[in-house]
Design a protein around this ligand. Structure first.
Ligand SMILES: [Zn+2]
Length: 463
C-alpha cells in the first residue's frame, strides 16, 4: 500500500485549502477552497486547478467556509465525475456561500466591463448554474456514520465544533491504518455548537494551525461583555453597530442577545439583523438542530422556542427597510455584513453613525490588513467610507472572545489525548509560517514524535 499527501493550498497560508491524498493509486481530494486576497494575485490561481478533476476518485468537504468550499464548482466544471461527500449542514452552508460567490463574481465582472473593458481576464470562474450542478453532486452523511469510498476506504465525519456542520474527516484504510484531517478545528464552549469531538487514534494527522501562536479570551466572557456594551450605549441614547460575518458569528450574536433579553440583562431595545445573506444563513441554522449542543437544546428547544427569534429581533432583507433604520432616533442594535466592512450594508450604517459620540461600533471578528474594519479596530480618528473621509467620534469596542478556531492550547489538548504511540506524524497546514512554527514546538513538547510543516505542492510519502 502506498499513501502520499500533497497540499495545493493552505500550505503556510490560510486560504485556498486543497489537500490531495493518494491511496493505492486512487486520488482523494479534501476541500477545494478559494484563494482570497487581491484579485490580480489570486484570479489565475483560482481559475486553473493544479490537478485534473477527471482523475479524482472522491472529494470530501470538511465545512462550508469559502476558503474550503469556494472553488468546488470548478471541479464539476472541470469534469469531476463522482460525488462530493459532506454533512448535510455543510452542503447547505456551502450552497449559500458558493451562490454568493457566483453572484459577486458576476457583479464584479459587469462593473469591470463598464469601467475597463480590456480586463477580460477577470471573467467569473463559475456561475450560478455551475453551483447548482455542484450542489446536486453532494452525498451527505451524519456524524459518526462510516460510509464507503472507492478502494475500500471508510470515511467517518466527527464533529469539529467549528461552524455548523463542520467535520474532522477520518479515513480508515483496508490495512487498519487511519488518517484524519482536522478541517478547521473549533474550540470548546462555543454557543449553539457542540464541543469538538476528541480526535481519534490515528497513524497520521493533517492538522490546521490558524492560531498556532495565539490564545483566545474565554468565550464565557462574551455574553457578559455584550450585555455591558448594550447597557452603556443605550444609557447614552446611542446605537450599537456590529459588523459581522453572515454565517456563524451573526447567529452566535443573536443567540447571546436572546439569552440576555430572557434574563432581563439588557434594556428593551430593538435588534436588527440587516443582511439578506444572514437571513438565509439563519434559516439553515434553524433547520439543522441536529448540530446543536445540549445547552441550546435545553435553553430553547425543550420549550419549543426558536433560538434565533424573539420579540424585538428583526431580520431585514429588503433595501427600503434597511434604509428606514437611518432615521431611527432611539437606541438599537444593528448587526450587518460584511464582517470586515469591505462592502454591503454595514457601510451605510457606519457612514450614518460613525460621527455620533453616543454610538458604539462593536468589533467581534478578525479584521484583515487594509480593510475598513482594520482602520476601525485601530481606532483611527478619520476613516474613509465610500471614498469620503469621516471623523470617527463613535466609540470602538473590541471583543476578542469570539473565534471559531481552536487556539494552540486547544490544539495541544486535543492532540495530547490521542494515542501518541500510534501517531507517527502530524502534518501542519492552514496557518501563517510563524503560527505553524510555534505550534510545531508546542506539539513536540507535548510528546508528538514527528511534526512537519507542509510545503505547497511537495509530495509527502506516508508509507
Ligand atoms: Zn473554517
Amino acid at each position: 500500500m502506498t499513501i502520499s499527501f500533497q497540499s495545493f493550498g493552505a500550505a503556510r497560508e490560510v486560504t485556498g485549502s486543497k489537500h490531495l491524498l493518494g491511496i493505492n493509486g486512487r486520488q482523494f481530494l479534501i476541500d477545494c477552497g478559494m484563494f482570497q486576497g487581491h484579485r490580480k494575485a489570486t484570479h489565475e490561481r483560482n481559475k486553473k486547478l493544479p490537478f485534473d478533476p477527471r482523475q479524482l476518485n472522491a472529494v470530501i468537504l470538511s465545512h462550508g467556509h469559502f476558503d474550503h468550499c469556494g472553488n468546488m464548482p470548478s471541479l464539476i466544471k472541470g469534469g469531476y465525475p463522482s460525488a462530493i461527500y459532506a454533512t448535510s449542514a455543510t452542503r447547505d452552508i456551502a450552497n449559500l456561500i458558493m451562490m454568493d460567490s457566483a453572484h459577486i463574481m458576476a457583479k464584479d465582472y459587469e462593473w469591470l466591463q463598464r469601467k475597463a473593458p480590456e480586463k477580460h481576464a477577470y471573467e467569473p470562474i463559475y456561475d450560478a448554474r455551475d453551483v447548482l450542478d455542484t450542489v446536486n453532486s453532494f452525498m451527505t452523511a451524519g456524524y459518526h456514520r462510516a460510509f464507503p469510498l472507492p478502494g475500500d476506504v471508510q470515511c467517518t465525519f466527527l464533529d469539529a465544533g467549528h461552524i455548523l456542520g463542520s467535520s474532522v474527516v477520518s479515513l480508515d484504510l483496508d490495512d487498519n491504518r487511519r488518517i484524519a484531517f482536522t478541517g478547521d478545528l473549533g474550540r470548546p464552549g462555543m454557543p449553539i455548537l457542540r464541543d469538538p469531538d476528541p480526535l481519534p487514534a490515528v497513524d497520521y494527522l493533517i492538522c490546521e494551525g490558524t492560531y498556532g501562536d495565539r490564545l483566545h479570551d474565554p468565550i464565557e466572557d462574551a455574553k457578559r461583555q455584550l450585555g455591558e456594551v448594550v447597557r452603556e450605549t443605550a444609557a447614552k441614547g446611542g446605537k450599537i453597530i456590529i459588523p459581522s460575518f453572515a454565517v456563524g458569528r451573526t447567529q452566535e450574536l443573536v443567540y447571546f442577545f436572546h439569552l440576555l433579553k430572557d434574563e432581563g440583562q439588557i434594556p428593551d431595545l430593538d435588534i436588527y439583523v440587516d443582511s439578506p445573506m444572514a437571513v438565509n444563513a439563519t434559516g439553515i441554522f434553524r433547520v439543522h438542530q441536529e448540530c446543536y449542543d445540549e445547552t441550546t437544546h435545553r435553553a430553547f428547544l425543550e420549550h419549543h422556542k426558536n433560538p434565533f427569534g424573539f420579540e424585538g429581533l428583526h431580520y431585514i432583507s429588503d433595501v427600503s427597510e434597511s434604509k428606514l433604520l437611518n432615521g431611527r432616533p432611539d437606541p438599537c442594535v444593528i448587526i450587518s455584513s460584511s464582517g470586515m466592512c469591505e462592502a454591503g450594508r454595514i457601510l451605510h450604517h457606519l457612514k450614518n453613525n460613525i460621527t455620533d459620540v453616543r454610538n458604539t461600533i462593536l468589533i467581534v471578528g478578525f479584521m484583515a490588513e487594509g480593510t475598513l474594519g482594520r482602520s476601525l479596530a485601530e481606532r483611527r480618528k478619520e476613516v474613509k467610507i465610500f471614498g469620503n473621509p469621516y471623523p470617527r467620534r463613535a466609540r470602538v469596542k473590541i471583543l476578542n472572545t469570539f473565534s471559531a478556531h481552536a487556539d494552540y492550547q486547544d490544539i495541544r489538548n486535543q492532540i495530547a489525548q490521542m494515542d501518541l504511540d500510534r501517531l507517527r506524524c502530524v502534518y501542519l497546514v492552514h496557518g501563517e509560517p510563524e503560527a505553524l512554527i510555534h505550534l510545531k514546538d508546542v506539539l513536540r513538547e507535548a510528546g508528538v514524535r514527528k511534526v512537519e510543516i507542509v510545503e505547497q505542492e511537495q509530495t509527502y510519502t506516508l508509507y
